[in-house]
Write a protein that binds this ligand. Structure first.
Ligand code: NAD
Ligand code: MG
Length: 390
């Protein structure tokens, strides 16, 4: 038997985080839990601490950090605070694998800390690659860090590429469920509510990515993520809608052969694969039953009804800080939509307007990206409040 792997989970209280903790607790003998981290959900963190006994924790918000002390007075490990604390946990020398499962731009700096420490990183936090893909992947090469896909589509691509030569890859075909509004016409899309958008047909996920799935921004971000993880140009990355979410993505090769990776829709498989890669380990989940699924269907993705998908291709092709601006505007617009302050179709409009107004940098540094994110958020926030008061 191989020796246990030491794991740190950034964002352990989220959807990906709790499923990672589930994998760690199912196979306690295979893993040592180093740090668990969260933003504010300390009650959930305290419960995880009692259950899987990490060596330490890191908490973003100070009130939550104080509350953790009250909840776990007997915890003797380090209790780190703030972004610095998250970075210390991410870069800790004992980490074999860092699961990057924070949501949004908040993951950029801690994930970079793990990269600079040369760790193996299970990357769920796609917004880090959307905002700073060039910088992150260049740093990974420079510091000898390895980025392993956790997103189900990218895990599928990784699994399809095992045993293949890079030069033999022609295209990636990323599958999309199409989200809850796949068959809505433009007029109906204008009127949909956050409650409707939160009802995803196939996946249970955090609120932000669930809205991104409804606008197809999530799929657009996955195209950008694929570009950076696997170094393939956008012209060779296609999206196809596949409502059953059984095929998680495909790779087409130079001889026209296509490999697909399939299974029931669950994040447990890609999460565990990222932790054990390149090995596989047993996993006790329901198996796919094709006869009861009946049919796998496909349709093209409509970039007019779902303009976020086109916006993602556009900012990827533009390069520089454009995708960072789009990501920041999207985070602001999604939060405003979840709050009922703006409409569903205001999300792509907010991204377009913010892109239109913001200056670009062709070769941003990480500091430039942090500043661009903040400036784009300011602009998008003002734009959303103008919409709210119209
Ligand atoms: P979530 O909202 O459920 O969880 C987010 C986690 O990040 C929580 O632990 C929270 O405490 C932490 N966090 C949030 N803001 C923070 C901050 N400012 N500082 C420190 N910690 C912070 O999100 P999720 O659905 O688990 O998604 C996490 C990432 O994984 C996202 O980038 C998402 O796109 C990606 N992803 C998720 C799924 C899924 O099934 N949920 C699938 C594929 C990819
Ligand atoms: Mg995905």
């Amino acid at each position: 038997m191989t020796s246990p792997r030491t794991i740190t989970v950034l964002g352990s209280t989220g959807s990906i985080g709790t499923q990672t903790v589930d994998i760690l607790s199912r196979h306690g003998e295979r893993y040592v839990v180093n740090f668990l981290t969260c933003n504010t959900r300390v009650d959930d963190l305290a419960e995880q601490v009692r259950r899987i006994r990490p060596r330490g924790v890191a908490i973003r918000e100070e009130w939550a950090w104080k509350r953790f002390r009250e909840l776990c007075p007997d915890f003797t490990g380090p209790v780190l605070l703030g972004e610095e604390g998250l970075c210390e946990a991410a870069a800790h020398a004992d980490n074999d694998v860092v699961m990057s499962a924070m949501v949004g731009f908040s993951g950029v700096v801690p994930t970079m800390a793990a990269i600079r420490a040369g760790h193996v990183i299970g990357l769920a936090n796609k917004e880090t690659l959307v905002s700073a893909g060039d910088i992150m992947t260049a740093a990974a090469r420079a510091y000898g860090a390895t980025l392993i896909a956790v997103d189900s589509e990218h895990s599928a691509i990784l699994q399809c590429m095992v045993g293949e030569r890079r030069a033999d890859i022609e295209t990636f075909i990323i599958t999309a469920s199409g989200g809850p509004f796949r068959s809505y016409d433009m007029e109906s899309l204008h009127g949909v509510t956050a409650a409707q958008a939160l009802r995803h047909p196939n996946w249970s996920m955090g609120a932000k990515i669930t809205i991104d799935s409804a606008t197809l921004m999530n799929k657009g971000f996955e195209v950008i993520e694929a570009r950076w993880l696997f170094d393939l140009p956008s012209s060779r990355i296609d999206v196809v809608v596949h409502p059953q979410s059984i095929i998680h993505s495909m790779v087409q090769f130079i001889d026209g052969s296509v490999k697909a990776q399939m299974g029931i829709p669950t994040m447990l498989v890609p999460i565990q694969y990222a932790l054990t890669y390149p090995a596989r380990e047993p996993l006790d989940i329901p198996r796919m039953d094709l006869a009861s699924i009946g049919a796998l269907t496909f349709e093209s993705a409509d970039r007019e009804r779902f303009p976020c998908l086109q916006l993602a291709y556009d900012v990827l092709d533009e390069g520089g800080s454009a995708a960072c601006i789009a990501n920041a505007a999207n985070e602001v617009a999604v939060a405003a939509f979840l709050d009922g302050r703006i409409g569903f179709m205001d999300i792509p409009a907010c991204i377009s307007t913010t892109l239109h107004h913001m200056e670009r940098l062709a070769h941003p540094s990480l500091d430039d990206i942090v500043a661009t994110d903040a400036a784009a958020r300011r602009y998008a926030t003002e734009h959303c409040s103008r919409l709210q008061h119209r």
